[in-house]
Design a protein around this ligand. Structure first.
Ligand SMILES: C[S@@+](CC[C@H](N)C(=O)[O-])C[C@H]1O[C@@H](n2cnc3c(N)ncnc32)[C@H](O)[C@@H]1O
Length: 437
């Protein structure tokens, strides 16, 4: 087993070889321990040369990965075989590390997010750096930027965390795993159906989890008894489940009622909205929140169609929109109705109006050294996050941790196309910042 340790990168690359039995793993465990003692905070395990790994050895590796997490280390596994990926997924430890197709792509990402510096790794580049690739296969539902969120939130054992958009509980589960056995997580969501899924998924954590049906716009009132938090996460927008369920009405590709409400117990549906607004109001909405250049034509087509009969389903609306845009000018990589659906979803759920104030409130709920991490999925959301962080940094002494947003690796974007537009921005309340922002 080779270890290449780069002082300048603060990165160590280990490349175990062959059939990994318990002896090699104990050797690897000791190596990782001594690297951590020497101040290594970023560790890449290159699995390119691994032929087979015994179940017990895998257990030893995972134990070391946990240890590295406790000392605030960042972990990356490169060149994982599909088999090893599947077995690590079975152990539900994917939140402990990031996976990459190759060591160079791991280094590139770590440099990009400021965890490593750009310099040639010390020592002779071994076979691992020569770019031999093996595709990493991630199976099942993997939340967006999971490892990155854990890395920037730095969850600590016994800490208090808030997931303001708990959704299906993916990020929450990883936070609970990293803060056990005493850490506590409050999770809120406006969608009762998502909360039911999260409740079941997080049940093994018992009373370390508190779930609430609420909107993040009402944050301080909802979580008053729990303050302050060591970390708060927001993963904005809709969940994959909301998108995939035809009857929720979010997807132009699935026939269903034109609903689009994240909280089905309240508010106006998308069908009601497009039945009520004037042509001018519709055009403004589609342009403003969908950034759709054909907004006027689409609004006109909607009004003309609804004069014949109400537009009640997702596919009916998608057809009207597609028919309003000249075919030869349809966007190349997305359905012509994508932007209109985005605009309606934002309007139905009033997604943007309360975001800035909610982020400011969240910053006020942070303990000293606490961090807030926000994942956004389109430029309108990202702009609000960026501007709010800037305002809090200049007026309230907060620190912007991410000068540039963190984005998915190529491997994540390939494995989970929904992650492609994701941007993660992080804010920290330094120990000396005033109490109230
Ligand atoms: C992208 S999903 C979160 C997925 C989650 N991080 C996971 O790992 O499973 C976003 C969730 O935020 C919820 N949501 C959106 N806007 C909200 C708001 N204003 N208040 C509370 N929850 C909201 C949605 O209902 C959805 O379940």
């Amino acid at each position: 087993m080779q270890v290449r340790w780069s002082e300048s990168h603060r990165v160590a690359v280990i490349d175990p070889q062959g059939d990994l039995g318990i002896r090699t793993m104990v050797e690897m465990k000791n190596t990782i321990s001594s690297l951590l003692r020497d101040g290594c905070r970023v560790l890449i395990v290159d699995c390119c040369g691994v032929q087979r790994m015994e179940a017990m050895s895998l257990g030893v590796l995972v134990e070391r990965l946990c240890r590295a997490r406790e000392v605030d280390g960042t972990l990356a596994l490169a060149n994982l075989s599909a088999d090893l990926t599947a077995r690590l997924n079975e152990l539900r430890v994917h939140s402990l590390f990031q996976t990459f197709d190759s060591v160079p792509s791991a280094l590139e990402h770590l440099v990009g997010i400021g965890m490593a510096v750009r310099a040639e790794p010390a020592g002779r580049p071994g076979p691992a750096l020569s770019g031999r690739r093996r595709r990493s296969a991630v199976s099942g539902h993997v939340p967006v930027l999971l490892a990155e969120v854990i890395q920037v939130l730095r969850p600590r054992i016994g800490g208090r965390y808030l997931d303001a958009t708990v959704g299906l509980g993916g990020h929450a589960e990883a936070i609970l795993q990293a803060t056990g056995p005493t850490g506590v997580l409050w999770g809120i969501d406006r969608d009762e159906e998502a909360l039911a899924v999260a409740r079941e998924r997080l049940a093994p954590f018992g009373n370390r989890v508190r779930l609430l049906h609420a909107r993040y716009e009402a944050l301080p009132q909802s979580v008053e008894s729990a303050l302050p938090f060591d970390g708060i996460s927001f993963d904005l927008g809709v969940s994959s489940r909301q998108l995939d369920e035809a009857e929720r009405g979010f997807s132009f590709g699935r026939e269903g009622p034109l609903d689009m409400r994240m909280d089905r117990s309240a508010g106006e549906t998308a069908a009601d909205l497009i039945g009520r607004l004037s042509e001018r109001e519709l055009a403004d909405l589609i342009f403003g929140w969908g950034e759709e250049r054909w907004s006027r034509q689409i609004a006109r087509a909607i009004v003309r169609t609804r004069q014949q009969q109400p537009i009640a389903t997702t596919t009916a609306l998608a057809g009207v929109v597609a028919g309003a845009v000249p075919r030869r000018l349809w966007p190349r990589h997305i359905h012509p109705a994508t932007r209109t659906f985005q605009a309606l979803r934002i309007a139905v759920n009033e997604e943007l109006a309360g975001l800035g104030p909610a982020l400011e409130q969240a910053a006020n709920l942070l303990a000293p050294d606490g961090r807030a991490a926000v994942i956004s999925f389109h430029s309108l959301e990202d702009r609000i996050v960026k501007q709010t962080w800037r305002k809090l940094a200049s007026l309230a002494g907060m620190r912007i941790v991410t000068k540039r947003p963190i984005t998915p690796t190529d491997a994540e974007a390939t494995n989970n196309p929904r992650s492609r537009s994701a941007k993660l921005r992080v804010l920290e309340r330094p120990a000396g910042a005033p109490e109230e922002a």
